[in-house]
Design a protein around this ligand. Structure first.
Ligand code: ADP
Length: 605
């Protein structure tokens, strides 16, 4: 889509300056321009030329004498002297008495020079200055008098518009939005039936899942203008400015209806308002929010302005914003599932050349949990890797390596582990893999590596689910915790000492064990009681405790027990399978990276 700048004209101020400058130009500069071709000369040259009969035309005034050279038509000017016989001498020399000799310039040229040229110069100069100042002020238009004008960008529909086809996966969201597109194409179908479109639609989901893209696609599909502004842009330094920006945005939108207004990060202004008008409340934000609510109530149901907003913190929005008549339709834009991931990879792979060995379903399975933006990034990283190696085609290996890059950071080329450390890391990783393999319901191992990463990981074991996985039962979670403790358990079994390498495993295991008790209702002690509530589900899912201090103590205790139980299980598995543990660790130590197939081959025989 082609983006054009704010359509606001440089205002009266700018034009009046141009006008004044024009006047000054006409008074002082234009006459000089006209006379540029007139040459000054002295009186004696003039007298000599008369004597030599070289004067063509002449115009004698009180202050100057203008004359032309008969041969080359050069125009001269000289001063006036007391010369009573001048007229006679001129007449005798055959000179032609003429007025306005210096107006030899063609009238068109003269007009262009005196009127159009300065106008053009000033317009260009004015625009240049305005752009410079705008850049300095961070994109704000200094010439528009109202500082509170919104900087909403208008995306004028062009043939390169984003369409629904460009947004892969997200079928439910697209289906919901298709109705809006249909309405914008054919509003009478809806109005005739007495139906009215929702005024506001809230796209909710984690970052990078394509919310902005979907909003653009709605505009692209319906061929209507697209206003886009981010919630944070409304929050201004001065109180009242945000509100005036909202007003301005809506008045622009109403002019351009039917159109789409897209407010990204609406939580920046739409957060729940604080109780009383106490000091320290965020007045500016509240005023902006109030203005938004007023505007939304103000326009007719079928005015053709559809407001889309995106947020990844829906729970923090003010209830007034989500009540019927405002953002009353909520479209979830979730992380893509296996099929969705494959489609997104394919959409982005249209831009690159892929080798024949590439299997996007395998890549999609490996990139479990990745968002659309991350998948786009994976494809791009793979293409960059191919370029670095001087290849034109992107291979399966490029894609797999780039998943690891996105998950675990770049390979750290010069991190040198001592041999002892390398053994510890080998055993640690095989510990995870072996514990996983010896339990039921564990995702198969895809790859094990002990090549250090820039993220700090010294090695890792990648497990990949076979298909989509939405539910986990209690046994699966317990097994997962045991797998996480498997690394540390292997160190204990083999070396009899422990290292710092397990910190990330410990964190994850604790989180899972805790969630079992406080959120999933999987403990005898608390049963189905929610002891924690998730505050921002789409941003890492922070949880806040909602229980008494005694209960908290009890939870902590039970978490310790739960993890310890899993740890013990891992220790048992590894002790019973010591021979395989050694064999596999030796193999990994030697190869540094092994595939799931190699792992299974050694394990089975
Ligand atoms: P959000 O607004 O949800 O944070 P964006 O719409 O800005 O995410 O997406 C960021 C980028 O990620 C897009 O420009 C696109 O390249 C990629 N992307 C995200 N989701 C999808 C999808 N479903 N299909 C194709 N590309 C996607």
């Amino acid at each position: 889509m082609k983006e054009v700048k704010n359509p606001k004209k440089p205002l009266a101020y700018y034009y009046s300056i141009t006008l004044i400058a024009l006047l000054l130009f006409n008074i002082f500069v234009a006459p000089l321009l006209n006379r540029q071709h007139v040459e000054q000369t002295d009186y004696s040259t003039f007298m000599r030329m008369i004597a030599e009969k070289k004067i063509g035309k002449v115009d004698v005034s009180d202050t100057e004498i203008i004359f032309t050279d008969k041969d080359d038509n050069t125009i001269y000017v000289t001063g006036v002297m007391y010369d009573p016989t001048l007229t006679q001498r001129l007449y005798d020399s055959g000179a032609e008495f003429a007025k306005d000799i210096e107006q030899t310039m063609s009238p068109v040229l003269s007009y262009l020079l005196t009127l159009i040229l300065p106008l053009v110069i000033f317009v260009i100069f004015g625009q240049f200055m305005r752009k410079k100042l705008m850049d300095q002020m961070g994109g704000k238009d200094v010439m528009s008098f109202g500082m509170g004008k919104s900087n909403a960008k208008i995306y004028v529909q062009s043939t390169h518009g984003i369409r629904f086809d460009d947004v892969a996966g997200e079928d439910e969201a697209k289906e919901s939005l298709a109705e809006i597109v249909d309405y914008l194409h054919n509003p009478s179908k809806y109005t005739d039936a007495g139906a009215s479109m929702p005024k506001g639609i809230l796209l909710v989901g984690p970052p990078g899942t394509g919310k902005t893209m979907l909003a653009k696609a709605v505009a692209g599909e319906s061929n209507v203008p697209f206003f886009s502004i981010s919630g944070s842009e409304f929050v201004e330094m001065f109180v009242g400015m945000g509100a005036s920006k909202v007003r301005d945005l809506f008045s622009q939108a109403k002019e351009k209806a039917p159109c789409i207004v897209f407010i990204d990060e609406i939580d920046a202004i739409g957060q729940k308002r604080s109780g009383g008008g106490q000091y320290g409340g965020n007045d500016e934000r509240e005023q902006t929010l109030n203005q938004l609510l007023t505007e939304m109530d103000g326009f007719e149901d079928n005015s053709g302005v559809i407001i889309l907003a995106a947020t990844n913190r829906p729970e923090s929005l003010d209830p007034a914003l989500t009540r019927p008549g405002r953002f009353d339709r909520r479209v979830p834009v979730e992380l893509p599932d296996l099929k969705g991931r494959e489609e997104i990879l394919k959409v982005h792979a249209r831009k690159i050349k892929v080798a024949e060995d590439v299997d996007f379903s395998v890549v999609a399975r490996m990139a479990s949990g990745a968002s659309g933006a991350e998948l786009a990034n994976i494809v791009n990283e793979a293409a960059l890797r191919a370029v670095r190696d001087g290849r034109k085609l992107v291979t399966q290996a490029d894609l797999e390596e780039s998943i690891e890059t996105v998950i675990a950071g770049y390979q750290k080329k010069n991190a040198i582990l001592t041999d002892k450390e390398k053994w510890i890391v080998s055993y640690h990783e095989i510990g995870h893999a072996l514990v996983a393999a010896r339990q039921t319901h564990s995702a198969p191992v895809q790859k094990i590596t002990i090549i250090p990463r820039t993220s700090g990981a010294l090695g890792y074991t990648m497990q990949v689910e076979e298909g989509n996985h939405y539910l986990m039962n209690k046994e699966e979670i317990e097994n997962k915790i045991a797998t996480l403790t498997g690394g540390r358990a292997a160190e204990e079994v083999v070396f009899g000492s422990i290292t710092t390498g397990a910190s990330n495993d410990i964190e994850q295991a604790t989180k899972l064990a805790r969630a079992m008790l406080t959120r999933y209702g999987m403990s005898k002690e608390f049963g189905m009681v929610a002891l924690e509530t998730v505050t921002n589900q789409y941003l890492g899912g922070d949880a806040s405790l909602a229980c008494s201090p005694e209960t908290q103590t009890k939870i902590d205790q039970l978490v310790v027990e739960q993890v310890e139980k899993a740890h013990q299980k891992a220790l048992d598995i590894l002790q019973n399978d010591r021979a395989k543990l050694d064999e596999l660790a030796k193999y990994l130590h030697e190869k540094e990276t092994i595939t799931g197939e190699e792992f299974m081959r050694i394990l089975n025989g």
